[in-house]
Design a protein around this ligand. Structure first.
Ligand SMILES: Cc1cc2nc3c(=O)[nH]c(=O)nc-3n(C[C@H](O)[C@H](O)[C@H](O)COP(=O)(O)OP(=O)(O)OC[C@H]3O[C@@H](n4cnc5c(N)ncnc54)[C@H](O)[C@@H]3O)c2cc1C
Length: 474
């Protein structure tokens, strides 16, 4: 006999606003048991990294507080946990929102069979993307591999976007449900390294909405001009909120358009929406290339011979390369769990092209350290920089980190914020301190090789070597 209750399975949709599974569950008239399963098995080698675990813990805490502490927390193999719960509660229905990582897609396929066998009515929805990855197709029915036509095709569908739906007024919870505490998921390790993140971020739905409102009010108008400047903090910092589904992309799109119409910020809004569409495009690519976190989309790149230089990799990770913009970026990642997009491109380019190290090493480091670590966006970002992606920067276009820093951090403010050893250097010397005259270095208290490293790589020579390596696989 089934109960008059339903399971609402939360995943990467940790919000009440514009959450289709939650709305369907609350409209079903059934009592609802909210559930969260932490599964470290299904993702295989892509189980979530350290920084994301901190975010997830806090996001779940926030969601649980908004749901009167009703979430049933479970850890383990999703299929086994769900079968056990279905056996125990005999729910009339199960509601969830879809996820798009290959392991989640496989899991959903397997679960569909299980639900059928157990006679459960399961309904799934799209809560994470503006368009389903498979909905946008070329006229011949094949997926896009170039961003611009993908963008145009997507925008046609978004001209009349669906209005985001508010959270339900009332949720009828299943009563008398004991739940193991959130701590039973063991998301936080024993060492409280994450204390440094607490003053910087507000995981959870209210924090996501605040971040959106702050961005729209202060930065949307000039987004197109300022988004590449790491010294200005002019982007939304919504990426971890979007990854964990604390805000829906439909809500972001809707509020952006509303704000742009009121404040005549069309240029900024257009650019911002096009960045949201890069997120969609990454998911579109992941759908057509499910192994793209591990394999280059352009097959010839599997012939590339990467350098196995553990020391250089460690110096890059620690922000000790002796190239200030690189060190600032890698230290920003370590200290704050996030890096500005322009700097992600610069540090990735140095690793792959100047140091000749496999892009997958960088991808893994980002996976562990980023609060917004996202399989689709991370893989697409790394493949883009490495030149092996679908619509990537050509391999032979190699960023010069000094020129990039001069252009995008013109006063050296970003470098000074994360590389305090160089704080006192005059701006004209801060981008390549190894070329500064000795008296200037001494006056600023900088001793290259002593309190700040000499560059670990010669930018000109390594650039040439990278071009030669590319010629080998062309
Ligand atoms: C090597 C590399 C690795 C990356 N890894 C990740 C990752 O793991 N997770 C992640 O969310 N993004 C990743 N990105 C994309 C991008 O750097 C971040 O999404 C962005 O910096 C987040 O900051 P924001 O929220 O202030 O962005 P905004 O400029 O405010 O943009 C708004 C939103 O659009 C999306 N977005 C913006 N730029 C991109 C982009 N280039 N690709 C895909 N989506 C984008 C994000 O969801 C972002 O929150 C990576 C980029 C590179 C070059």
């Amino acid at each position: 006999m089934t109960n008059r209750m339903a399971i609402l399975w939360f995943r990467q949709d940790l919000r009440l606003d514009d959450n289709p599974a939650l709305l369907a569950a609350s409209r079903s008239g059934l009592e609802i048991l909210p559930l969260y399963i932490h599964d470290d098995f299904a993702p295989g080698s892509w189980k979530i990294g350290g920084a994301s675990r901190w975010w997830l813990h806090n996001s779940l805490q926030s969601l649980n507080a908004r749901l009167n502490a009703r979430i049933l927390f479970q850890a383990g193999d999703t299929r086994a946990v769900l079968s056990g719960l279905i056996e125990r509660f005999k729910p009339a229905a199960l509601f969830y929102n879809r996820c798009y990582e290959p392991w989640n897609r496989n899991l959903e396929k397997n679960l569909a069979d299980l639900f059928k066998r157990l006679g459960i009515v399961a309904q799934s929805f799209n809560a994470s993307l503006l368009n389903e990855p498979w909905d946008i197709k070329k006229s011949d029915g094949t997926p896009y591999s170039v961003y611009t036509p993908y963008f145009r095709a997507s925008m046609q569908k978004l001209n009349e976007p669906k209005r985001p739906q508010n959270a339900p007024d009332h949720i009828r919870f299943k009563e008398d449900q004991d739940s193991p505490p959130l701590e039973s998921l063991n998301l936080l390790g024993k060492t409280p390294w994450y204390k440094k993140l607490e003053p910087l971020w507000s995981p959870g739905e209210p924090g996501a909405r605040e971040a959106l409102d702050r961005f729209l009010k202060n930065h949307l108008k000039n987004y197109a001009q300022e988004r590449d400047r790491p010294d200005l903090n002019a982007t939304s910092a919504l990426s971890p909120h979007l990854h964990f589904g604390e805000i829906s992309p439909r809500r972001v799109l809707w509020e952006t358009r509303k704000n742009a119409a009121l404040n005549k910020s069309e240029g900024g809004a257009e650019k911002f929406i096009s960045e949201l569409l890069w997120r969609e495009f990454s998911n579109h690519l992941l759908h057509s290339h499910p192994d793209m976190a591990e394999q280059p989309i352009k097959a010839k790149f599997s012939r590339m011979e990467w350098r196995n230089d553990k020391e250089a990799l460690a110096q890059w990770k620690r922000g000790q390369t002796g190239i200030p913009i690189i060190d600032a970026g890698m230290r920003q990642l370590w200290q704050t769990g996030w890096i500005h997009n322009r700097v992600r491109m610069i540090v990735a380019s140095l690793l792959v092209k100047n140091l000749g190290i496999d892009w997958r090493e960088g991808e893994r480091w980002f996976w562990d350290c980023l609060l917004d670590a996202d399989l689709a966006n991370n893989a697409a970002g790394w493949q883009w920089v490495a030149g092996c992606g679908a619509d990537a920067a050509p391999y032979f276009r190699i960023f010069n980190p000094v020129a990039q820093a001069r252009k995008f951090d013109p006063e050296g403010k970003y470098i000074r914020a994360f590389v305090p050893e160089l704080e006192k250097l005059p701006t004209e010397n801060i981008f390549e301190p190894w070329t500064a005259p000795s008296p200037i270095l001494s006056a600023a208290g900088v001793n290259i090789g002593q309190n700040y490293p000499a560059p670990i790589v010669d930018l000109k020579v390594s650039r040439q070597k990278a071009l030669e390596a590319y010629a080998q696989i062309k």
